[in-house]
Ligand binder design. Structure first.
Ligand SMILES: *[C@@H]1O[C@H](CO)[C@@H](O)[C@H](O)[C@H]1NC(C)=O
Ligand SMILES: *[C@@H]1O[C@H](CO)[C@@H](O)[C@H](O)[C@H]1NC(C)=O
Ligand SMILES: *[C@@H]1O[C@H](CO)[C@@H](O)[C@H](O)[C@H]1NC(C)=O
Ligand SMILES: *[C@@H]1O[C@H](CO)[C@@H](O)[C@H](O)[C@H]1NC(C)=O
Length: 227
């Protein structure tokens, strides 16, 4: 059981800590956000929750996953590139700031690449491997993983929130587990969503930040405060 204590890490204090080689200022909390398909580089719909986190933890920093977020014929290529980007960016940060807490947030395709990077594939043809691809330090330092509208959604997983019962268009097999991270994941999907379920209301897919942002933030706080 991992404990991320706000008090022991001094999160209630103001001072930033320094990374081991003293070349950069390290935040106590760093948030990675991965956006949805066809939105311009930025946080896309992940911004709603990223902003809530930064507001709740002053001094926390944030970083966009840099990847195509492309759709159509190149969707699976984009997922492959996105998974590599999640691995590369989180590894680089964790190596530079090994004492900082990482929070992951992925929206739609951004949720898919986060899911694949942490829980492993296969997600053919984008990812062949079935093992988690993130670095050991990343795995250790990641306190919470928030997925919204994840195309890999399948009913019955312990971290699912929402009323979706149908699988997403890139659903995990029914026997899927994500042993290492399942206690740290919260994944939102409602049945009208056309992408993580089989509904026909795109507005549901775009609305999770408003609908569940507060719930996600409460979950993150619960993971940061030692019991
Ligand atoms: C120091 O940290 C920077 C990142 O801020 C990294 O690029 C560099 O490789 C590190 N150097 C050593 C010696 O660890
Ligand atoms: C997955 O494996 C196939 C067959 O070996 C290979 O052609 C493909 O490039 C691999 N894809 C990735 C993303 O590694
Ligand atoms: C599922 O939840 C959504 C969003 O709250 C709601 O609009 C929808 O009616 C619900 N569907 C079912 C079948 O309960
Ligand atoms: C899970 O199911 C898939 C088929 O959907 C199968 O290929 C795979 O071997 C199964 N894995 C385990 C661990 O049972």
């Amino acid at each position: 059981m991992l404990l991320f204590s706000l008090l022991s890490l001094g999160i209630l204090g103001a001072a930033a800590q320094r990374g081991q080689n003293q070349t950069r200022e390290c935040p106590q909390i760093h948030v990675f956000g991965a956006r949805e398909t066809t939105t311009p580089q930025g946080f896309g719909s992940a911004k709603t929750l990223v902003d809530l986190i930064i507001k709740r933890f002053p001094g926390a920093t944030s970083e966009e996953i840099i990847y195509p977020a492309a759709g159509g014929d190149v969707y699976s290529q984009s997922v492959g590139k996105g998974v590599l980007a999640v691995v590369k960016q989180t590894s680089a940060f964790a190596a530079a700031c090994p004492d900082s807490i990482i929070i992951m947030h992925g929206y739609s395709q951004g949720a898919q690449i986060t899911d694949d990077a942490f829980c492993g594939g296969p997600d053919l043809p984008s990812v062949n491997s079935s093992i988690s691809l993130v670095s050991k330090t990343t795995a250790k330092n990641t306190a919470a993983i928030i997925l919204m509208g994840n195309p890999r959604h399948v009913a019955g997983l312990p971290f699912n929130v929402g009323n979706a019962t149908e699988p997403g268009f890139a659903a995990r097999p029914a026997n899927f587990t994500c042993q290492l991270f399942q206690d740290r994941i919260r994944a939102y999907c409602d049945s009208p969503d056309p992408f993580c379920a089989k509904g026909n209301d795109p507005a549901t897919h775009q609305g999770y930040g408003l609908e569940y942002g507060k719930d996600a933030l409460d979950f993150i706080v619960s993971k940061l405060v030692a019991n």
